[in-house]
Every structure is written in structure tokens, then in C-alpha cells.
Design a protein around this ligand. Structure first.
Ligand SMILES: Cc1cc2nc3c(=O)[nH]c(=O)nc-3n(C[C@H](O)[C@H](O)[C@H](O)COP(=O)(O)OP(=O)(O)OC[C@H]3O[C@@H](n4cnc5c(N)ncnc54)[C@H](O)[C@@H]3O)c2cc1C
Length: 486
């Protein structure tokens, strides 16, 4: 009897774990799946922690219920597959605000990530440029063209719409600037519509009509027990062997397919001691063999691993830049908070805070008997890493001061605070990103069909997209190994 397939998944974030579940479901019975995770914790940017005795998300908070076509999102499908559908909860307060001239104004409805489909609806926040969005007799975007979101929207609707609406909304997701980010990657539905529509407002309406929302249907969901329950269930159901504190350092072709050099978390080159017993880290390196490898790590570690077998694509993969952010969470005794899910701050307001979430207002399941309010603020924009050099105490104090200022009254002193730093965490997709990814994947498929790339560095940043990315890579591997992923 032929021996079972051995598939190595590098990276124990949601992409790698979704891939592991998909492989378990579609690969031949007995397939040996091993997940290598460099840290001691699975989940990557999904990390439910605890503050003042209650659960709180220190990373991603929720997932979209639907994908851009209107179908159930990959995250929801995975949640169902793992038997967690009953645990899905939705925001109890959905209305968010924007900071404009130091005060809070409701985020206007009817926009696509801030790009309006009805100019009147955004008038209280931003004045669109008069008459700039004219029909010039051709589609806004050529067949293979990609542009920066900011360039297109500034051209058609003026600076205020970008600076006060689109930039803070994109910044809330990517910590990046509308003037740098790719339309095709960050707003695929709008990009699709822009290939046939002649005005931007028309393109927004066409995109919205292509994926109509059921009135009252929730846009976001999360899990009552926290997103770590999704991570744990995926690891369990996949039946994969999970190796924590296991950094994959090198990747080479081996006699059976691939040879991975696996070591502990500390870099053997930096002269430091490994976690276990103080032995030199290089003594603990080991080589393992696999028939196929799925790289579900951010672009930089992926590029390092590709440098051996596929140097021609490693440079392109490693060229993707990332933004760093810090999340400051505070437990506040009975503060006076407006009935809002939170607010977004345009960069033009000159605050350190980029966005804030009133957790215990937004999510009914997080409300506490002791009436402590959990408030989280996100700090750090692409290109402004200096602001993250402050100490934790300085960050908490600044966030507390700025929140009080925006809310117009001094907030109570926090009874607990937490700072989670996410260094190099959010990919900055510049125009042409998806075309570069397609070229990289085509080159890999031709030279190394049993080596697949997946995750936020390639297909998109949201949890649903990462789930689908992992699943698609798993299917490619099954096909390459001679199975059928149908
Ligand atoms: C602060 C923040 C908030 C967010 N909020 C949301 C949200 O509310 N909703 C949403 O949909 N998305 C959100 N996102 C985006 C989303 O969480 C991420 O894009 C997604 O979780 C990325 O998953 P991933 O598995 O591709 O990568 P990661 O989560 O980065 O996982 C990769 C894993 O690989 C490991 N690794 C790296 N190198 C190696 C190596 N050499 N060997 C072994 N392991 C390695 C890492 O330790 C990590 O665990 C947020 C992101 C951040 C940073």
C-alpha cells in the first residue's frame, strides 16, 4: 500500500488552520498534516485575551458574514463546519462615528468603504467636489488596470471625501493610506464595477446592486467565546499534528519532495539561548520531510523560505510592505459613552488614535455585571512607526487623554489596561498587487506544484478571505499530489 501523504503547513494562523481543516476533509484518509507555528500560541492575529477578569479580543475582533458577491463568507462556512454556528453573535449597536473637526458625526450610510453612492447622504461629513464625477464616455478603469483608491476618488469626488471618509475607513482596516492602497485588492467589488461604469457614483451603485443586502441582515459576526474558540476548534477538527515553538527556518527540495529545517523560536544566529534548558538553539534544529508544503506565513518569512527553492519569486513576495499597529484596551468604571460601536479618526485630525471600539456597547455578550466598560483604541498608521516607540504607559495615557477629548468629558481612570503590539502586521497592497501575486503563483505552479502560498499577504486581509485562501491552497496541493479536490 502506498504510504500516506505528508503535508506540512507553515504558520498556525487562521489561514494555515483553515487549510488544515480543508485538507482533512478533501485529502485521502490518513493524510498526515503537520502545522508548524513559530510561537507558543496558535491563531496569529486571532487572539482572545482577558482584561479585568473578562474576555477581550487583543487582535481581530469580528468577521464579515457575507463575501463581496453576497454569498455566505468563508469565515461563516468554516464556523459552521466546526459546529460553532450557534456561538455566532452580532453587534447590538452598529452605528459608528467619524471625528470631524474634533467632534463626533455619524458615519453616513450608503457608502462602499466611504465612497458614496449618494452624495447627499455624506454632506454632513464631507463636501464632494462639484461636477467632477462626469461621464467621459468610457469606463473608469481599463480591463487590467489597477489604481490607488485615493487617486480615483480624489479625481472624481475631491479631497474631502478621501480625507474624511475613505481614508479613515481604509485606515481602520489596513492602517494604510487611501493614496497608496490598491483599488482592485482592497475594494474588489468597486473595481469590478469601475471596469464598466463611467462614473464613480454609478460604480458604487452598481457594486451595491450586484450584492444586495437583505434589510436588517447583520454585516459582522463574532463568536461568543472569542475568536480563539475558532482557532482551537479548527486545530482539533483538522486532526493535524500541531508543533508550537517550531520555526521553519529553511526549505529545500528533498528526495521525497521537500525538506524543512525546523528550529525553536529564537534565531540561532543571534547568539541567544533557546527557551528549553538554555542549550544553543542550533543544536535543536531538525530536518523533516514532506510531500507538499503550504506556506501560510506573512510575506517576509515566506520570502525567506522561498529564497532556496524559488529565488526568482522570493524578491517579489518579500517586497510587500506591512504597517505596524498597537491596540490599547482599557477597563473603565461606568464611563459616559455615547450609544455608538466606536469611531474612526481621519489622519487630518492630528490624533494618535486611529480608531476606537466601545466593546461593551457594541457587543451585548461582552456587557458585564460589574458595569466596567471595555474600550479599545488602535494606534499607528503606515509610515508613522515612531508613534509606536512610546512605552505602554505612555500609550495608555495618550489614548485616555485623546478619548476624553473626543468624547467631550474626562473619562474615569482605568482599573486595568492592556497594550498589544502588532509589529509588521497589516499588508499594504499597492496597485498591481493581485497581478504580482498571480504571476508568483503561476511561476510556482510551473516549477514547484507541491508548494503553495496562502494568507493575508496575498489575497486580502479579512478573516473570510484568509480562510478561502488557505482552502484554495489546500486544493492546489491535493491536485498536485494526484488527488481530486472536487
Ligand atoms: C490588529 C488587527 C486587527 C484585525 N482585525 C480584524 C477583524 O476584526 N476582522 C478581520 O476579518 N480581520 C482582521 N484583521 C486581519 C486578520 O486578522 C489577519 O489578516 C488574519 O488573521 C491573518 O491570518 P494569517 O493566518 O494569514 O496570518 P497570521 O495571523 O499572521 O498567521 C501566521 C502565523 O505564522 C507564524 N509564522 C510566521 N513565520 C513562521 C515560520 N517561519 N515558521 C512557523 N510559523 C511562522 C506566525 O507566528 C503566525 O502565527 C486584523 C489584523 C490585525 C493585525
Amino acid at each position: 500500500m502506498a504510504r500516506p501523504w505528508r503535508v506540512a503547513i507553515v504558520g498556525g494562523g487562521i489561514t494555515g488552520l483553515a487549510a488544515a481543516v480543508w485538507l482533512r476533509d478533501l485529502a485521502p484518509a490518513g493524510t498526515e498534516i503537520t502545522v508548524y507555528e513559530q510561537s507558543g500560541r496558535l491563531g496569529g492575529k486571532l487572539h482572545t485575551g482577558e482584561l479585568a477578569g473578562g474576555p477581550v479580543e487583543f487582535g481581530a475582533e469580528s468577521f464579515l458574514m457575507r463575501d463581496p458577491t453576497g454569498a455566505e463568507s468563508g469565515a461563516v462556512a468554516l464556523v459552521r463546519r466546526l459546529g460553532l454556528a450557534e456561538a455566532i453573535v452580532h453587534p447590538t449597536v452598529g452605528q459608528a462615528a467619524l471625528v470631524v473637526d474634533g467632534g463626533l458625526r455619524p458615519v453616513p450610510g450608503g457608502t462602499l468603504v466611504g465612497v458614496p453612492g449618494d452624495l447627499d447622504k455624506v454632506a454632513a461629513v464631507a463636501q464632494p467636489a462639484a461636477d467632477a464625477d462626469r461621464d467621459a464616455g468610457r469606463p473608469l478603469l481599463g480591463p487590467d488596470q489597477d489604481v490607488a483608491v485615493g487617486a480615483l476618488v480624489r479625481d472624481r469626488l475631491g479631497d474631502q471625501v478621501v480625507d474624511r471618509l475613505v481614508d479613515p475607513m481604509l485606515g481602520g482596516v489596513y492602517a494604510g493610506r487611501a493614496d497608496d492602497l490598491s483599488l482592485v485588492t482592497t475594494m474588489p467589488a468597486l473595481a469590478r464595477a469601475a471596469r464598466s461604469e463611467h462614473t464613480l457614483v454609478g460604480a458604487v451603485r452598481a457594486a451595491q446592486a450586484a450584492a444586495p443586502r437583505t434589510a436588517g441582515a447583520p454585516v459582522f459576526g463574532t463568536l461568543a467565546g472569542g475568536l480563539t474558540t475558532l482557532v482551537e476548534a479548527a486545530a482539533r477538527v483538522s486532526g493535524a499534528t500541531i508543533r508550537r515553538d517550531a520555526t521553519v527556518r529553511e526549505l529545500h527540495r528533498g528526495p521525497a519532495g521537500w525538506r524543512l529545517t525546523v528550529g525553536p523560536t529564537r534565531d540561532p544566529d543571534d547568539g541567544s539561548r533557546s527557551r528549553r534548558g538554555g542549550r544553543r538553539a542550533e543544536l535543536e534544529l531538525s530536518n523533516v520531510e514532506a510531500d507538499a508544503v503550504l506556506l501560510a506565513v506573512p510575506a517576509r518569512p515566506a520570502a525567506r523560505l522561498l529564497a532556496g527553492p524559488a529565488p526568482e519569486v522570493a524578491g517579489t513576495v518579500g517586497g510587500l510592505d506591512y504597517a505596524s499597529v498597537a491596540l490599547v484596551t482599557m477597563a473603565l468604571p461606568e464611563p459616559e459613552l455615547p450609544e455608538l460601536s466606536g469611531f474612526l479618526v481621519p489622519a487630518t485630525e492630528g490624533l494618535l488614535i486611529k480608531a476606537s471600539t466601545f466593546f461593551t456597547t457594541k457587543w451585548g455578550h461582552l456587557r458585564r455585571a460589574d458595569r466596567l466598560a471595555l474600550v479599545r483604541a488602535s494606534v499607528g498608521r503606515y509610515g508613522d512607526e515612531a508613534s509606536l516607540q512610546r512605552t505602554d504607559d505612555e500609550l495608555v495615557a495618550t489614548v485616555h487623554r485623546e478619548l476624553s477629548k473626543v468624547l467631550g468629558s474626562a473619562l474615569p481612570t482605568p482599573v486595568a489596561g492592556h497594550v498589544q503590539r502588532w509589529g509588521g502586521a497589516l499588508p499594504q497592497y499597492t496597485p498591481g498587487h493581485l497581478a504580482r501575486v498571480a504571476a508568483v503563483r503561476a511561476a510556482l505552479r510551473a516549477a514547484h506544484p507541491t508548494l503553495a502560498l496562502a494568507g493575508a499577504g496575498y489575497d486580502g486581509v479579512g478573516i473570510p478571505v484568509c480562510v478561502r485562501s488557505g482552502e484554495t491552497a489546500a486544493e492546489e496541493i491535493i491536485t498536485a499530489l494526484g488527488g481530486s479536490a472536487a
